[in-house]
Every structure is written in structure tokens, then in C-alpha cells.
Design a protein around this ligand. Sequence first.
Ligand code: G3P
Length: 220
Amino acid sequence: MIFFIDSANLDEIRTANDLGIIGGVTTNPTLISKELISGRNAILDHYQKICNIVPGDVSAEVISTKFKDIITEGHQLSEVNKKIVVKVPIIEDGLKAIDYFSKNNIKTNCTLVFSASQALLAAKSGATYVSPFMGRIDDWDKKTASSIQILADIKKIFKNYQYKTKILAASIRNQEHIIDCAKIGADVVTASFKLLSSLIKHPLTESGLKKFIQDYKRVN
Ligand code: G3P
């Protein structure tokens, strides 16, 4: 399973990349807005800076919701760098745009996916990635929808029909989500810097290490 970092912050991306555990980056308009970058050129420049840090794919989301505008914006984003994956919401015009991009060899990430049926449509349109929003599914209605069940359904459907679309689990809230994604076989999990950094930690590792160093120093 590949880890992406869900961030537009250059320091976080650099630090996570230096750990050697991430293969790419996902961003969204909210994450971009947190960096207080304004103006189209500055935003495109920021995506270029992200691409310079990481080895793999960098998702950059369109703001447009009409087919023609999504196409124009997607071309603009994909021209920034070969690593750019155009992130498109699963709406009718978005689905058409994904089909267009896939036929024009432009990578896409179909976003705001909350059901297996949406994921199936994304795969049929030729999306490179599909992003089920795990945390938001669970936040929305824990009783009737379970993010893990939806993820398992997507995995089974993609396997049944050998879709090449990769499952990129997003909106990850905790370590349990990450382990469940790994058990089901998600291709990619994107998580915040805070969550990724927490994966390495365990209280017994900290106390064990402290004791090892103390014991060694007692006689050395
Ligand atoms: O980038 C999409 C996704 O990861 C958003 O997560 O935490 O805003 O639900 P969140």
C-alpha cells in the first residue's frame, strides 16, 4: 500500500518525504486555501514546488463544475508537471471530463466519492484514481453506511471487472482506518502529516528505548 500525504504545506510534505514513506501528495481547495496562496499563477507555482519535492503523483483539484471549464482548468494543471493528477469531483460534467482526460492520457483522481456506485462510474470513465472519503462517510451516518464496507465493495467490484482504477482512500481520520484500508487492499491511503507522523509512535517504543540507553550508559 502506498502512502500519500494529504497536505499543501511544503514543510510537511518535505518532512514526510524525507522519512521515505510517501509516494505522492493529494491536495484539495481547502488545503490550498490554508496556505494563503492567492492568484492562479501563485497556485500553479505552488503545485510545481510540491512536484519538485515528491517522487510520485500530485493531485491538484479543479474548481470548475462545467465540462468545458473543467477541461480548460485540467489542461492548465496538467501542464504544470508530469506528476500532476487532475482531481475532479464526481458530478455529471466531472464524469464526462474524466472520460475526456483518460482518452487524452491525462491522469485523474475522481474525488468526493461516498458510495460504491459512484466509484464504479469513476472506473468506467477511466479514472486513474478514485477517492472514497472514509472519514466523511463515517461522520455522515455511521448506522447505514460504513466506510470500510464501501471500500471492500469497491475493491471487490474493481477485481470482478479488472478495472485499472486505483483505490485512493481519503479523508482518513485515525490509525484504525489506515489498518483497515491495508487489510482490504486499498492501493493508496492519503493521510494528514499529523496522522502519518503518529504511525511511528508507541509508548512502549519510547519507554523501551529510554531503558536501553540508560542500561548501556550505566556501564559505559
Ligand atoms: O483530500 C480529500 C480528503 O482527504 C479530505 O479529508 O479530512 O477534509 O475529510 P477531510
